[in-house]
Design a protein around this ligand. Structure first.
Ligand code: NAD
Length: 523
């Protein structure tokens, strides 16, 4: 284990392996630019999913600590709002540079706590970093509109910050998802309270340390910890004006409805079941590689994991065989190991749930054509490993089809035609992402038009939009009918409210002749 000089109490050793940490340090709160030990009475152990050794423990932040975070964020708001846009931009430039400098350290913390491979964890950081880089263009993104609407009369609008905002994050992208909020919330002049996932808070803590170093004034970014109680506090606290949530449907639908009922803006990205539709004649090798990578990468724990394949046509056995062959080549191992393609799943409970879903498929009459249950890399007998698993002959009534598996499991269905496949995908209640693999432009165009999914890939397996666009779900994959989506123009709208000012300046000589009691039409 390599140590690095530290300037904050939050710093833990920078891991380069899954070695047991002799004395795990607790995770702190980050309030008003200070890392402070929690006086919580309830703590949650964070485990390395490859070994189940304890890495740190996370507090259920106390009421006083939650309130202190709100106070810090409230106190910071007026000064931060009034900080010039160029100064805020400078701080974002610093933040971007420091993320790059700390890239490997962030990734290592993700591999240790979340389990994904180190290379994949670097991608997790990069996708967040890109949001921060794009936010640096705020000076042109945030400009308002102005028009002379009548003689001497002008209407102009401004995008103003909301005040204190909050982000509640899932476990699967410990850097990217906090970074869907931090750059846009702050550069627009808001202050922010983050509640990272209680399963892997390390990357968020490093981001806080970097933010402080970048020059964010105290209270602009704060981190508190916990689960339901902390979430309920955020939903009910009147000072918090907006909540960004990413996670599963149970939590997200609750947070969306209760937060909205409390008058807050809520954006909530939820669960998924993403389908690949494979048409005869597509580029075979690329398609097999694309699906294999997107189904099993990150052990299937991506909201855009391509977890369901619909093979179109009659002659599909060879496709199943090729998928099995390709999946068998993947190495399931500790995320720090060279050549690891996928790591463990997040918890023993998650492993049990996934294995039970595989068993249910068997009971319901599907064929397990590749069975990764019971696999453990020699070096990691105690980790939450499941090797790639492929289930063929899946029908839409089966449990393994209806539920989001969120593990390294690919389910295979069959359809006679593109129309039938499209109907099948559209009947699924989720609509996050989908991909079609084809060599036909017209068929791709037809699919793109008729498919009900927020993000469509054409020969692209995980079509997560870059930050100049927005992350656009559909149906049950996004709360509130997708009225607000993360990052891009929509993200900027979420974190700002429009103020429209109409002004009239006249000289004495131009005074109005009389008063009018009619509704002014200004025409
Ligand atoms: P989760 O819903 O269990 O947890 C997310 C957050 O909500 C955590 O901070 C957790 O502490 C909190 N939470 C959990 N249950 C709660 C409850 N009942 N009441 C209040 N708060 C609660 O999600 P997860 O397991 O961390 O993440 C995986 C899920 O996230 C998957 O469903 C995945 O599809 C989804 N996800 C979606 C997107 C997207 O953009 N659509 C992106 C990433 C992950």
């Amino acid at each position: 284990v390599m140590m690095r000089s530290s300037h904050s109490a939050a710093m833990r050793p920078w891991p380069t392996s899954h070695s047991k940490i002799a004395e795990p340090l607790p995770t702190h709160n980050f309030i008003g630019n200070n890392f402070t030990a929690s006086s919580a009475t309830t703590w949650i152990d964070v485990h390395d999913p490859a070994t189940n050794n304890v890495v740190t423990r996370v507090p259920e932040s106390t009421d006083e600590e939650l309130k202190a975070a709100v106070k810090a964020a409230e106190d910071a708001f007026p000064g931060w709002r009034d900080t010039s846009i160029l100064r805020r931009q400078q701080i974002m430039f610093n933040f971007v540079a420091l993320i790059r400098e700390n890239w490997d350290r962030l990734a290592a913390s993700i591999t240790l706590e979340q389990g994904k491979t180190f290379a994949d964890a670097r991608g997790d950081v990069l996708r967040g970093l890109q949001v921060a880089e794009t936010a640096c263009g705020i000076t042109t993104q945030i400009t308002g509109e102005v028009l002379e609407v009548a003689k001497d009369m002008e209407t102009r609008n401004y995008r103003e910050p909301l005040g204190v905002t909050a982000a509640i994050c899932p476990f699967n992208f410990p850097a990217m998802i906090p970074l869907w909020s931090i750059p846009i919330a702050t550069i627009t002049g808001n202050t922010l309270i983050i509640k990272p996932s209680e399963r892997d808070p390390g990357a968020a803590m490093i981001l806080a340390e970097i933010a402080k170093e970048a020059g964010f004034p105290e209270g602009v970014i704060n981190i508190i910890h916990g689960t339901h109680r902390a979430v309920n506090f955020i939903i009910d606290e009147p000072a918090i004006k907006a909540i960004s949530f990413v996670g599963g449907n149970a939590a997200g639908e609750y947070i969306y409805s209760r937060g909205s009922a409390n008058g807050k803006r809520v954006q909530a990205n939820l669960g998924a079941k993403n389908h690949a539709v494979v048409l005869p004649g597509c580029n075979r090798r690329s398609t097999i590689n694309a699906i294999t990578g997107a189904a099993f990468g990150a052990a299937g724990q991506r909201c855009m994991a391509l977890s369901t394949v619909v093979l179109v046509g009659n002659d599909t056995q060879a496709w199943v065989d090729d998928l099995v062959e390709a999946a068998k080549q993947l190495k399931t191992d500790g995320g720090f190991e060279d050549g690891a393609d996928l790591g463990p799943v997040i918890t023993p409970k998650s492993k049990d749930r996934i294995e039970a879903l595989i068993a249910s498929a068997e009971e319901e009459g599907a064929n397990i054509v590749l069975d990764g249950r019971g696999y453990a890399p020699a070096k990691y007998p105690n980790g939450n490993f499941i090797a790639p698993t492929i289930i063929d002959g899946v029908k839409t009534h089966m449990k393994c089809y209806k539920e989001e598996i969120f593990g390294p499991v690919l389910v295979v269905l069959h359809a006679a035609t593109l129309e039938e496949a499209t109907k099948l995908v559209n009947a699924n209640e989720y609509g996050n992402g989908t991909a079609i693999f084809t060599n036909s432009g017209p068929k791709a165009a037809w699919f793109q038009k008729n498919i009900e999914a927020g993000q469509v890939g054409i020969n692209v397996p995980i079509p997560v939009p870059l930050p100049m666009f927005s992350f656009t779900g559909n149906k049950k994959s996004i709360a509130g009918g997708g009225v607000s989506t993360f990052y891009g123009k929509s993200g900027l709208n979420f974190y700002t409210q429009t103020k429209t000012v109409t002004s009239l300046w006249k000289g004495e000589e131009d005074s109005d002749a009389g008063k009018s009691v009619n509704m002014p039409t200004q025409s």
